[in-house]
Design a protein around this ligand. Structure first.
Ligand SMILES: C[S@@+](CC[C@H](N)C(=O)[O-])C[C@H]1O[C@@H](n2cnc3c(N)ncnc32)[C@H](O)[C@@H]1O
Length: 289
């Protein structure tokens, strides 16, 4: 990892065991490859639409904590973010972009050459912004959920990914598995024309907030996630049937369904965060009997 302006060795943050990510994979903050790939391989679809840039910046909370920008490129977002007056750490793997950004960035910006899949973030609280290189979408999201410290992440992803993560038109397993700890909101669609070069699909602006109070204790994370996977993949004619087959009492399931408005034919994809947490509690009640 190299930094422009201030160079520091790859500082690691202490794991935060109170939050998801506290005991998750940290990754090695090693030196990125000197020749990380060409523009296409690096997913260098740079933002050129000022309305989208302004919207991303507007979604970043007004706070004093630092902003970390992953995949900073040539600074389309970095420079407007810097105008918030907060310390900004811009992380980018491409040495040419790093050098260029280092030359034009104001004093409150630190430009770090690093791989966003291994970058060690600040030890305190921060917000994160990332126009996600499309080919890294899944690893970036997985890393994000297990990383402690950030309060809000403002992400640009492929449109379908943004929709799915925000549970528009139905929840996916990945969202259900992280819902007790994070909220997901689809802000808007970002047309492919907002980028140069233009990607083949539109993108979406996704806002992920860490819940100040998790809906399920962090200590239950692995068990809750296994439960969510079991419900998604379990046999049954609908989620009520699946829960009963997984061992929840039929009376408990009926009460839960009434409380959360879960119809007889509802599927796991139809549940909201509170219904998931309620469903998980049914199993907990059963375990404690
Ligand atoms: C979609 S562009 C976004 C650039 C800039 N933020 C913008 O919005 O115009 C993605 C950027 O991620 C960089 N990148 C790709 N893989 C990376 C990695 N593993 N670590 C850090 N940066 C990476 C690319 O070089 C590219 O600059």
């Amino acid at each position: 990892m190299t930094r422009n302006r201030s160079t520091r060795s790859s500082a690691r943050t202490a794991p935060d065991t109170r939050r998801p990510g506290g005991s998750g994979p940290r990754g090695d903050a090693g030196q990125p490859d000197d020749h990380p790939g060409g523009a296409h391989e690096l997913g260098q679809n740079l933002l050129v639409d000022t309305q989208v840039i302004d919207r991303v910046v507007a979604l970043v909370p007004r706070a004093d904590r630092p902003v970390v920008e992953w995949a900073a490129g040539r600074g389309a977002l970095t420079l407007p973010l810097a105008r918030l007056g907060r310390p900004v750490e811009a992380v980018e793997i491409d040495p040419r972009s790093v050098a260029r950004l280092g030359r034009i960035a104001p004093d409150n910006v630190t430009v770090t050459r690093d791989d966003i899949l291994r970058h060690a973030p600040p030890s305190g609280g921060y917000d994160l912004v990332c126009n996600v290189p499309f080919h890294l979408t899944t690893p970036v999201l997985r890393r994000l959920f297990t990383l402690p410290g950030w309060e809000r992440s403002v992400l640009i992803t492929q449109w379908e990914v943004a929709r799915k993560r925000a549970a528009v038109g139905g929840t996916t397993l990945l969202t259900a598995q992280w819902w007790p700890w994070f909220t997901f909101r689809l802000d808007r669609r970002v047309p492919a024309a907002a980028f140069r070069p233009r990607p083949s699909v539109d993108a979406g602006l996704l806002v992920v907030d860490r819940r100040p109070q998790p809906l399920v204790p962090v200590a239950d994370l692995p068990r809750y996630q296994r439960f969510a996977a079991g419900v998604f993949n379990g046999p049954g004619r609908g989620v009520r049937d699946v829960l009963t087959r997984l061992g929840a009492g039929p009376g408990d399931v009926r009460r839960w369904a009434r409380e959360h408005g879960v119809g007889p034919n509802a599927l796991p994809r139809d549940l909201d965060a509170s219904a998931w947490v309620g469903a998980y509690a049914l199993g907990a009640r059963r375990r404690s009997r």
